[in-house]
Write a protein that binds this ligand. Structure first.
Ligand SMILES: NC(=O)c1ccc[n+]([C@@H]2O[C@H](COP(=O)([O-])OP(=O)(O)OC[C@H]3O[C@@H](n4cnc5c(N)ncnc54)[C@H](OP(=O)(O)O)[C@@H]3O)[C@@H](O)[C@H]2O)c1
Length: 303
């Protein structure tokens, strides 16, 4: 078993770090808000005072952070990862970020003799807790093979996508599809509500083979119950669709539906729902249609 450092103990990170500990790895953790380390220290982790300190004696370094800015601070910043690394280590970025961020990290790590993988994850908090994520990976094949025992307690499958940045690109393509599905579910439910359908029955029909999607079955019941507690926050979806737009712009790829959803996500965050679950995107559609989904009643609205 290996000495690991895990940085960023958010919804995803703390579950992944716990699974690495449970698998017998020795794990040093660091988080910007120090108290978030306590639960893992109780499970046998060691807490470090800075990213640089956390990574010093690690064989492999993992982190799960929201965006490019956080990576700038944690990896490139003062007392950051790059100040503590040494040749021969392996760094794994589990965050969903733009491929350029992965390539910038690869260059910096290579200068220090450190291997690097961009490895965003699919699945959410429940999958992270159950070691049931799906991981898409970019980087050198040898580094990917080396990471296999580390990925095993985190995931049900890993997918090698190619060189540095290809894991990140796949992560954003997944985000594009997820965002479109959340918007589709919201539009469908708002229209169904106005048409007077029972939303539990609508969700039953949306579970049929013609429509079924884990996004619909995962988010649908919460929307109908008006439970918007964040599992995957709307602000992270906002960041993701922004990065999809940046990638599509660079590659001159029209993404018209995604662009429309991006505007909706931006407006939902502007309305103050960023810290809620990504399914809170439906609140904007409710406002636009002047209807609230939780208020159950049969018959078309307005009759
Ligand atoms: N949640 C999901 O369902 C899901 C699914 C797939 C992919 N992802 C991706 O996984 C990554 C993590 O998501 P999450 O939901 O776990 O995020 P989260 O719950 O919001 O946690 C974010 C973590 O990053 C830290 N952080 C934020 N800004 C920082 C900064 N400037 N400097 C240092 N640390 C900073 C936070 O520290 P504090 O504790 O100090 O705030 C926290 O540990 C994101 O890239 C997300 O897109 C998430």
């Amino acid at each position: 078993m290996e000495n690991l450092a895990f940085l960023g103990l958010g919804r995803m990170g703390r579950a992944m770090a716990a699974n690495l500990l449970a698998a017998g790895h020795s794990v040093t953790v660091w988080n910007r808000t120090r108290q978030r380390c306590d639960e893992l220290v109780g499970k046998g982790a060691r807490a470090a005072e800075s990213p640089a300190e956390a990574v010093q004696s690690a064989d492999a370094i993992l982190y799960s952070l929201p965006d490019e800015r956080a990576i700038g601070e944690v990896v490139f910043g003062w007392a950051g990862v790059l100040e503590g690394v040494r040749a021969g280590q392996l760094a794994i970025d589990l965050s969903t970020v733009h491929p350029d961020v992965s390539r910038r990290q690869k260059e910096a790590y290579t200068a220090e003799g450190v291997d690097f993988l961009d490895a965003p994850v699919f699945g959410s908090q429940p999958e992270a807790a159950a070691g049931g994520l799906w991981i898409v990976v970019g980087g050198d094949r040898a580094a990917y093979d080396r990471a296999a025992p580390i990925f095993r307690p985190l995931s049900v499958s890993t997918h090698y996508m190619g060189c540095t940045g290809q894991g990140a690109a796949m992560g954003l393509i997944g985000s594009l599809i997820v965002a479109l599905q959340i918007q589709a579910l919201g539009e469908g439910l708002v229209l169904a509500r106005k048409a007077g359908l029972n939303l539990d029955e609508v969700l039953e029909v949306l579970a049929l083979p013609d429509f079924r999607s884990p996004i619909f079955s995962g988010m649908g019941p919460g929307i109908v119950r008006r439970d918007f507690q964040a599992v995957f926050s709307l602000e992270h979806l906002h960041k993701d669709v922004d990065q999809v737009a940046r990638l599509a712009e660079q590659l001159l790829v029209p993404v018209p539906a995604s662009a429309a959803v991006r505007e909706q996500v931006k407006a939902a965050v502007a309305n103050g729902w960023g810290a809620e679950n990504a399914s809170a995107l439906v609140k904007l559609l409710e406002r636009q249609a002047n209807v609230v989904l939780g208020e159950e009643r049969r018959g078309p609205v307005g009759d």
